[in-house]
Design a protein around this ligand. Structure first.
Ligand code: CO8
Length: 257
Protein backbone atom coordinates (compact mmCIF):
# COMPACT_ATOMS: atom_id res chain seq x y z
CA UNK A 1 0.00 0.00 0.00
CA UNK A 2 1.37 3.41 -1.03
CA UNK A 3 1.16 6.40 1.22
CA UNK A 4 0.28 9.79 -0.15
CA UNK A 5 0.85 13.33 1.08
CA UNK A 6 -2.59 14.86 0.48
CA UNK A 7 -5.03 11.94 0.24
CA UNK A 8 -5.84 8.79 2.20
CA UNK A 9 -6.65 5.54 0.42
CA UNK A 10 -8.42 2.78 2.28
CA UNK A 11 -9.66 -0.56 0.94
CA UNK A 12 -12.39 -2.59 2.64
CA UNK A 13 -13.36 -5.69 0.74
CA UNK A 14 -14.24 -4.61 -2.80
CA UNK A 15 -14.74 -0.93 -1.92
CA UNK A 16 -11.94 1.66 -1.96
CA UNK A 17 -12.27 5.07 -0.33
CA UNK A 18 -10.14 8.00 -1.45
CA UNK A 19 -10.27 10.83 1.09
CA UNK A 20 -8.94 14.28 0.24
CA UNK A 21 -6.89 15.19 3.29
CA UNK A 22 -5.81 18.82 3.62
CA UNK A 23 -8.10 19.69 6.54
CA UNK A 24 -6.37 22.98 7.42
CA UNK A 25 -7.01 24.25 3.86
CA UNK A 26 -10.58 22.90 3.55
CA UNK A 27 -9.20 20.28 1.13
CA UNK A 28 -8.17 22.89 -1.45
CA UNK A 29 -7.14 21.00 -4.57
CA UNK A 30 -3.51 21.80 -5.31
CA UNK A 31 -1.48 20.07 -8.00
CA UNK A 32 -0.31 17.42 -5.51
CA UNK A 33 -3.93 16.44 -4.70
CA UNK A 34 -4.65 16.36 -8.40
CA UNK A 35 -1.68 14.09 -9.22
CA UNK A 36 -2.18 11.82 -6.21
CA UNK A 37 -5.90 11.35 -6.89
CA UNK A 38 -5.15 10.50 -10.52
CA UNK A 39 -2.48 7.96 -9.51
CA UNK A 40 -4.63 6.39 -6.79
CA UNK A 41 -7.75 6.07 -8.93
CA UNK A 42 -5.80 4.73 -11.92
CA UNK A 43 -4.28 1.98 -9.76
CA UNK A 44 -7.64 1.07 -8.17
CA UNK A 45 -9.38 1.11 -11.55
CA UNK A 46 -7.31 -1.76 -12.94
CA UNK A 47 -7.52 -3.83 -9.73
CA UNK A 48 -10.07 -6.61 -10.31
CA UNK A 49 -10.59 -6.79 -6.55
CA UNK A 50 -12.10 -3.28 -6.49
CA UNK A 51 -15.70 -2.85 -7.58
CA UNK A 52 -16.44 0.76 -6.58
CA UNK A 53 -14.48 3.81 -5.43
CA UNK A 54 -15.78 6.41 -2.97
CA UNK A 55 -14.30 9.92 -3.23
CA UNK A 56 -14.81 12.01 -0.11
CA UNK A 57 -13.43 14.82 2.04
CA UNK A 58 -14.05 15.95 5.61
CA UNK A 59 -17.26 16.84 7.42
CA UNK A 60 -16.65 20.57 6.84
CA UNK A 61 -15.41 20.38 3.26
CA UNK A 62 -15.50 17.91 0.42
CA UNK A 63 -13.20 20.49 -1.20
CA UNK A 64 -13.41 24.29 -1.14
CA UNK A 65 -12.02 24.55 -4.65
CA UNK A 66 -8.79 24.62 -6.54
CA UNK A 67 -5.96 26.01 -4.37
CA UNK A 68 -6.20 29.78 -4.66
CA UNK A 69 -2.78 30.31 -3.03
CA UNK A 70 -1.20 28.16 -5.73
CA UNK A 71 -3.21 29.72 -8.58
CA UNK A 72 -2.70 33.37 -7.61
CA UNK A 73 0.77 33.57 -9.19
CA UNK A 74 0.07 31.55 -12.34
CA UNK A 75 0.56 33.06 -15.78
CA UNK A 76 -1.10 31.92 -18.97
CA UNK A 77 1.90 30.35 -20.80
CA UNK A 78 2.65 28.03 -17.87
CA UNK A 79 -0.95 26.91 -17.37
CA UNK A 80 -1.03 25.90 -21.02
CA UNK A 81 2.41 24.35 -21.52
CA UNK A 82 2.35 22.47 -18.21
CA UNK A 83 -1.32 21.51 -18.64
CA UNK A 84 -2.12 22.82 -15.15
CA UNK A 85 -5.48 21.04 -14.79
CA UNK A 86 -4.60 18.08 -17.04
CA UNK A 87 -4.38 15.33 -14.44
CA UNK A 88 -8.11 15.57 -13.73
CA UNK A 89 -8.94 13.93 -17.05
CA UNK A 90 -7.11 10.83 -15.72
CA UNK A 91 -9.81 10.59 -13.04
CA UNK A 92 -12.61 10.76 -15.58
CA UNK A 93 -11.09 7.87 -17.56
CA UNK A 94 -11.79 5.42 -14.69
CA UNK A 95 -14.08 2.60 -15.78
CA UNK A 96 -14.87 1.60 -12.18
CA UNK A 97 -17.90 3.46 -10.75
CA UNK A 98 -16.91 6.53 -8.69
CA UNK A 99 -19.19 7.69 -5.88
CA UNK A 100 -18.74 11.21 -4.49
CA UNK A 101 -19.71 11.42 -0.80
CA UNK A 102 -20.07 15.16 -0.22
CA UNK A 103 -20.23 16.82 3.19
CA UNK A 104 -19.83 20.58 3.65
CA UNK A 105 -18.30 22.75 0.94
CA UNK A 106 -18.08 21.49 -2.64
CA UNK A 107 -17.10 24.77 -4.27
CA UNK A 108 -15.42 25.50 -7.60
CA UNK A 109 -13.05 22.61 -8.26
CA UNK A 110 -14.71 20.74 -5.37
CA UNK A 111 -18.09 20.80 -7.11
CA UNK A 112 -16.30 19.89 -10.34
CA UNK A 113 -14.56 16.83 -8.80
CA UNK A 114 -17.93 15.66 -7.44
CA UNK A 115 -19.30 15.98 -10.98
CA UNK A 116 -16.44 13.82 -12.33
CA UNK A 117 -17.98 11.01 -10.27
CA UNK A 118 -20.90 8.85 -11.40
CA UNK A 119 -23.14 9.19 -8.34
CA UNK A 120 -23.20 12.14 -5.91
CA UNK A 121 -24.40 11.36 -2.38
CA UNK A 122 -24.82 14.55 -0.37
CA UNK A 123 -24.89 15.00 3.38
CA UNK A 124 -27.68 17.37 4.40
CA UNK A 125 -25.03 20.03 5.19
CA UNK A 126 -23.55 19.92 1.67
CA UNK A 127 -23.08 23.21 -0.21
CA UNK A 128 -22.41 23.30 -3.93
CA UNK A 129 -21.28 26.28 -5.96
CA UNK A 130 -19.11 27.64 -8.75
CA UNK A 131 -17.81 30.89 -7.19
CA UNK A 132 -14.92 31.41 -9.65
CA UNK A 133 -16.53 34.61 -10.93
CA UNK A 134 -15.74 36.17 -7.54
CA UNK A 135 -12.04 35.45 -8.15
CA UNK A 136 -11.96 36.99 -11.60
CA UNK A 137 -11.90 33.67 -13.45
CA UNK A 138 -14.37 31.00 -14.62
CA UNK A 139 -14.83 27.29 -13.84
CA UNK A 140 -11.85 25.39 -15.25
CA UNK A 141 -12.36 21.72 -14.39
CA UNK A 142 -15.61 21.08 -16.22
CA UNK A 143 -18.08 23.25 -14.27
CA UNK A 144 -19.56 25.11 -17.20
CA UNK A 145 -20.09 21.87 -19.12
CA UNK A 146 -20.92 19.16 -16.55
CA UNK A 147 -23.08 21.42 -14.37
CA UNK A 148 -25.09 22.54 -17.40
CA UNK A 149 -25.66 18.94 -18.44
CA UNK A 150 -26.65 18.03 -14.86
CA UNK A 151 -28.99 20.89 -13.97
CA UNK A 152 -29.81 22.56 -17.29
CA UNK A 153 -28.96 25.96 -18.72
CA UNK A 154 -30.91 28.24 -16.40
CA UNK A 155 -29.82 26.84 -13.03
CA UNK A 156 -26.23 26.52 -14.26
CA UNK A 157 -26.13 30.10 -15.55
CA UNK A 158 -27.61 31.33 -12.28
CA UNK A 159 -24.90 29.54 -10.26
CA UNK A 160 -21.97 30.37 -12.54
CA UNK A 161 -22.85 34.04 -13.13
CA UNK A 162 -23.83 34.93 -9.55
CA UNK A 163 -21.41 32.57 -7.80
CA UNK A 164 -24.13 31.65 -5.32
CA UNK A 165 -23.97 28.46 -3.30
CA UNK A 166 -26.88 26.00 -3.18
CA UNK A 167 -27.73 23.56 -0.38
CA UNK A 168 -28.27 19.81 -0.62
CA UNK A 169 -32.07 20.11 -1.09
CA UNK A 170 -31.83 22.55 -3.98
CA UNK A 171 -29.02 20.49 -5.51
CA UNK A 172 -31.13 17.33 -5.35
CA UNK A 173 -34.16 19.10 -6.84
CA UNK A 174 -31.97 20.35 -9.68
CA UNK A 175 -30.61 16.88 -10.45
CA UNK A 176 -27.04 17.49 -9.25
CA UNK A 177 -27.36 15.11 -6.30
CA UNK A 178 -28.39 11.43 -6.44
CA UNK A 179 -29.54 11.18 -2.79
CA UNK A 180 -29.34 13.16 0.45
CA UNK A 181 -28.47 11.47 3.75
CA UNK A 182 -28.01 12.75 7.33
CA UNK A 183 -24.51 14.22 7.71
CA UNK A 184 -23.42 11.74 10.37
CA UNK A 185 -24.47 8.79 8.18
CA UNK A 186 -22.74 9.97 5.00
CA UNK A 187 -19.89 7.48 4.84
CA UNK A 188 -21.99 4.57 6.05
CA UNK A 189 -24.63 5.28 3.38
CA UNK A 190 -22.06 5.87 0.63
CA UNK A 191 -20.36 2.61 1.63
CA UNK A 192 -23.68 0.73 1.36
CA UNK A 193 -24.20 2.08 -2.15
CA UNK A 194 -20.59 1.26 -3.08
CA UNK A 195 -20.90 -2.28 -1.66
CA UNK A 196 -24.10 -2.86 -3.61
CA UNK A 197 -22.40 -1.83 -6.85
CA UNK A 198 -19.22 -3.76 -6.00
CA UNK A 199 -21.24 -6.94 -5.38
CA UNK A 200 -22.41 -6.97 -9.03
CA UNK A 201 -20.60 -8.25 -12.08
CA UNK A 202 -17.61 -5.95 -12.60
CA UNK A 203 -17.84 -6.28 -16.39
CA UNK A 204 -21.48 -5.24 -16.30
CA UNK A 205 -20.83 -2.29 -13.96
CA UNK A 206 -17.92 -1.03 -16.06
CA UNK A 207 -19.77 -1.34 -19.34
CA UNK A 208 -23.00 0.12 -17.86
CA UNK A 209 -21.03 3.15 -16.62
CA UNK A 210 -19.31 3.64 -19.94
CA UNK A 211 -22.50 3.35 -21.98
CA UNK A 212 -24.56 5.57 -19.64
CA UNK A 213 -21.84 8.25 -19.62
CA UNK A 214 -21.90 8.24 -23.43
CA UNK A 215 -25.48 9.53 -23.35
CA UNK A 216 -24.10 12.97 -22.50
CA UNK A 217 -21.62 13.01 -25.33
CA UNK A 218 -23.49 11.97 -28.41
CA UNK A 219 -26.72 11.95 -30.37
CA UNK A 220 -29.56 9.58 -29.46
CA UNK A 221 -29.03 7.50 -32.61
CA UNK A 222 -25.27 7.14 -32.00
CA UNK A 223 -25.85 6.44 -28.32
CA UNK A 224 -28.41 3.72 -29.02
CA UNK A 225 -26.03 2.09 -31.45
CA UNK A 226 -23.22 2.25 -28.88
CA UNK A 227 -25.50 0.71 -26.26
CA UNK A 228 -26.55 -2.10 -28.57
CA UNK A 229 -22.98 -2.91 -29.64
CA UNK A 230 -21.94 -3.08 -25.99
CA UNK A 231 -25.03 -5.11 -25.11
CA UNK A 232 -24.15 -7.69 -27.77
CA UNK A 233 -20.56 -7.74 -26.48
CA UNK A 234 -21.84 -8.71 -23.00
CA UNK A 235 -22.76 -12.11 -24.45
CA UNK A 236 -19.04 -12.82 -24.59
CA UNK A 237 -18.50 -12.46 -20.82
CA UNK A 238 -18.59 -15.35 -18.33
CA UNK A 239 -20.91 -13.24 -16.19
CA UNK A 240 -23.64 -13.35 -18.85
CA UNK A 241 -23.71 -17.15 -18.71
CA UNK A 242 -23.49 -17.19 -14.91
CA UNK A 243 -26.11 -14.47 -14.32
CA UNK A 244 -28.72 -16.01 -16.56
CA UNK A 245 -27.96 -19.61 -15.52
CA UNK A 246 -28.22 -18.62 -11.84
CA UNK A 247 -31.60 -16.99 -12.49
CA UNK A 248 -32.90 -20.09 -14.25
CA UNK A 249 -31.57 -22.35 -11.48
CA UNK A 250 -33.11 -20.06 -8.84
CA UNK A 251 -29.79 -19.38 -7.06
CA UNK A 252 -27.51 -16.38 -6.44
CA UNK A 253 -24.94 -15.72 -9.19
CA UNK A 254 -21.23 -16.11 -8.48
CA UNK A 255 -19.54 -13.41 -10.56
CA UNK A 256 -16.19 -13.79 -12.25
CA UNK A 257 -13.61 -12.12 -9.92
N1 CO8 B 1 -7.75 27.53 -1.91
C1 CO8 B 1 -6.78 27.69 -0.99
N2 CO8 B 1 -7.03 27.79 0.33
C2 CO8 B 1 -8.31 27.75 0.73
C3 CO8 B 1 -9.38 27.58 -0.17
C4 CO8 B 1 -9.05 27.47 -1.56
N3 CO8 B 1 -9.99 27.28 -2.50
N4 CO8 B 1 -10.54 27.57 0.52
C5 CO8 B 1 -10.21 27.71 1.83
N5 CO8 B 1 -8.86 27.82 1.95
C6 CO8 B 1 -8.09 27.97 3.18
C7 CO8 B 1 -8.19 29.38 3.74
O1 CO8 B 1 -7.29 30.25 3.07
C8 CO8 B 1 -7.83 29.16 5.19
O2 CO8 B 1 -6.43 28.99 5.27
P1 CO8 B 1 -5.62 29.72 6.46
O3 CO8 B 1 -6.21 29.15 7.72
O4 CO8 B 1 -4.21 29.29 6.23
O5 CO8 B 1 -5.86 31.17 6.30
C9 CO8 B 1 -8.45 27.79 5.49
O6 CO8 B 1 -8.63 27.15 4.21
C10 CO8 B 1 -9.81 27.88 6.14
O7 CO8 B 1 -10.64 28.70 5.32
P2 CO8 B 1 -11.51 29.92 5.90
O8 CO8 B 1 -10.83 30.51 7.07
O9 CO8 B 1 -11.84 30.81 4.75
O10 CO8 B 1 -12.79 29.11 6.39
P3 CO8 B 1 -14.27 29.69 6.58
O11 CO8 B 1 -15.03 28.62 7.26
O12 CO8 B 1 -14.23 31.06 7.16
O13 CO8 B 1 -14.84 29.87 5.06
C11 CO8 B 1 -15.28 29.18 2.76
C12 CO8 B 1 -15.10 28.76 4.25
C13 CO8 B 1 -16.53 30.03 2.60
C14 CO8 B 1 -15.39 27.89 1.93
C15 CO8 B 1 -14.05 29.99 2.30
O14 CO8 B 1 -12.87 29.29 2.68
C16 CO8 B 1 -13.98 30.23 0.82
O15 CO8 B 1 -14.69 31.07 0.29
N6 CO8 B 1 -13.07 29.53 0.08
C17 CO8 B 1 -12.86 29.71 -1.31
C18 CO8 B 1 -13.97 29.14 -2.13
C19 CO8 B 1 -13.71 29.35 -3.61
O16 CO8 B 1 -13.70 30.46 -4.11
N7 CO8 B 1 -13.51 28.25 -4.36
C20 CO8 B 1 -13.27 28.30 -5.76
C21 CO8 B 1 -11.81 28.27 -6.02
S1 CO8 B 1 -11.45 28.56 -7.76
C22 CO8 B 1 -11.65 27.09 -8.51
O17 CO8 B 1 -11.89 26.09 -7.89
C23 CO8 B 1 -11.52 27.14 -9.98
C24 CO8 B 1 -11.00 25.90 -10.63
C25 CO8 B 1 -10.61 26.17 -12.05
C26 CO8 B 1 -9.93 27.49 -12.22
C27 CO8 B 1 -8.91 27.42 -13.29
C28 CO8 B 1 -8.11 28.73 -13.36
C29 CO8 B 1 -6.81 28.59 -14.14
Amino acid sequence: ERTFETILVEVNGRVATVTINRPDKLNALNTTVQREMAEAVEALDVDPGIGAIIVTGSKKAFAAGADIAEMAELEYPGTFTEDFMGNWSRLTRARTPLIAAVSGYALGGGCEVAMMCDIIIAADNAKFGQPEINLGVIPGMGGSQRLTRAVGQYKAMDMILTGRTIGAEEAERAGLVSRIVPTDDLLAEATKVAETIASKSKYSAMVAKRVTARALQTTLAEGLEYEQANFYAMFGTPDHKEGMTAFNEKREPKWDR
